[in-house]
Design a protein around this ligand. Sequence first.
Ligand code: URA
Ligand code: CA
Length: 436
Amino acid sequence: MYIPDLIRKKRDGEELSALEIDSLIQGYTQGRVPDYQMAAFLMAVFFRGMTEEETAALTLAMVRGGTRVDLSGVPGVKIDKHSTGGIADTTTLVLLPWVASAGVRVAKMAGRGLGYTGGTIDKLESIPGFRTSLSPEAFVDQVKRIGLAVTAQSRALTPADRKLYALRDVTATVESPPLIASSVMSKKIAGGADHFVLDVKAGRGALMPDERSARELAGIMVRLGRRVGREVTAFLTDMDQPLGLAIGNALEVAEAVEVLQGRGGGDLRVLCLEMGVEMVRRAGLESDADRARRLLEAKLESGEALAMFRRWVEAQGGDGRVTEDPWRVLPKAPFVKAVAAPADGYIRDVDPRRLGHCVQKLGAGRARKEDPVDLSVGVVLGGKVGDRVRAGTPLATIHAASVEALAEAEAEVLSAVTLAPDPVPRRPVILDKLGS
Ligand code: URA
Ligand code: CA
């Protein structure tokens, strides 16, 4: 196939066949199609879009170029969850042990943070001893044994996505619904689960800046699932402010433990509970939503969800005491300072993107894939939009590696978290649910 013809076809808004898309993707993965041709193709897709047939063909071509996880030996319905990425998004750490304690089997491949958004693998690595790289056999075996395993994405899985994502990152072609949908769904399909529960985020801290574009992306993924024989439920959620209160790797682990101990609450708990209800229902453990909710609440109150978190941590070599007293084992930043509210009032805005960048600059995030991260640093918010504050009480607490970093972060926190004198309405975290 002559590649410039395929690029021209897409440039002119024509539809490509599945065969054309497959040969382009395999050619690229195997090194026959150079980056400059793929870059031109991606930009044509960015402007022209793809039909849903093309998006499905692209997704399956990406799956075909790599290996797949075989979960057929694990009994029951296997469910995977995925978030399009946000700030203070600790759902995986809370939700997975919670639903596993109710009998849902979860096998998840997770990523590292890039840019200003965090990654589950980095967060887990702040627990001393935790192994984030399991062999395919150990991964499947652990799901069979305790019902839950999380591992870093294997290099052999969807190599096309690895290469394409890196190229998109440097050619301004990340924010394209068909390209995001094929990237997410190819990884989910290769991961081997039967059903996917997706969290598609909308707002300044997300890939999709508003509800309309996030809804479009969610719809594409739900229909794409149907086309390729997978059930997909997509939650549309607010990322115009951080989800939880903690931003930073170890700090987020501590917040997850707090929620599993039944102490933490707020939007993080609400979202985990509702996604959990969907997972319990999809796994066939409870068909009625209210009963599924009561089942999960009981697992939290009885301590079984927390006990499952401990089993999981210990199964992967981590220090299980993190579930009793997180700060006995998690890395602590040397400089900690509370930023005081300048006046009485209500929180008007908590800008997630600014806070994400602030925490990245503190050292918790990577600018490039190979950069190391400081697991101890970050920011813990004192509240979210609509919460009341009094002058002098903490708007946020900063955890930093140096006095200079602390001072810089303090100025950024004060511009990211703004107050109003009069009451401000709270924002709902779940905007909609599609595909169920
Ligand atoms: N997450 C992914 O896995 N891929 C994208 O393209 C965007 C978000
Ligand atoms: Ca709906």
